[in-house]
Write a protein that binds this ligand. Sequence first.
Ligand SMILES: [Zn+2]
Ligand SMILES: [Zn+2]
Length: 282
Amino acid sequence: MWTNYHTHSKYCDGKSEFNEYIDSARRNGVVSLGFSSHAPVPFDCKWCVQKEDLLAYFDNINDLKKHVHDIEIYKSLEIDFIPGVVSPFEYKDDLDYTIGSIHFVDQFPDGRRWEIDGSHELFLEGVDKIFNGNMKDAVIRYFELTREMIFSAAPTIVGHLDKIKIQNPSEKYYLEADSWYQDQILQTLRLIDQAQLIVEVNTRGLYQKKSPTTYPSPWILEIIREKDIPVTINSDAHHEKDLVSHFEETAALLKEIGFTNVSILRGGTWQRIPFNETGILI
Ligand SMILES: [Zn+2]
Ligand SMILES: [Zn+2]
């Protein structure tokens, strides 16, 4: 049995309907399923739920929660944190839990918002024009924003903690072993620990073949284990076929690192449940 709290439907940039995810959950033994489309933002965003569709999104999930009895269904959004613009706090009262993620880091001089997980070309343009070509400053800013989110508008789950590494293939621009990078990770984990948040172990980079490892990287998971920070395995699926993609190898990795439990939502409450490489043990 598995759980997954990070899925994108056709309300945002996902390619599958809620019902297709539910069928996939039945086929794949997913017993607790959360829908988490990209929350609306107050500027043009093609991959976000549009503000005028948000009520329908909520209604649709509420309806499923009422009528689907063999799978626990949960209502969420993956919410961006942009200081003074949007934060996980904005929507949390309507949701069972929140995922807080950084996709936008600051703005170009012409006002365009810089997406850190868009094209590599756009990424390099942002490093150049916003950070005067200083890659290290750009990466540090990403983690600073993550910490500001945790400090000022903590979500339930921290989404793809180190996703900015997607732009550092084969560690082309910096090494994760560099002391400044490790320091950013340690500072961020310290805050996550204090705020008692859940870190997702996100498999999207693996099936997209854009990262050879999970978000976050295994060495970061080792520190998370040492600090006893709770984790949950999510696929960040944009299609029902990816609902449990790479879950077995990720569970095996977590076991190898020494994790004994993962966090799941059960009866509306987060609980830490034993697991092995075939899934959660309930
Ligand atoms: Zn995301
Ligand atoms: Zn996502």
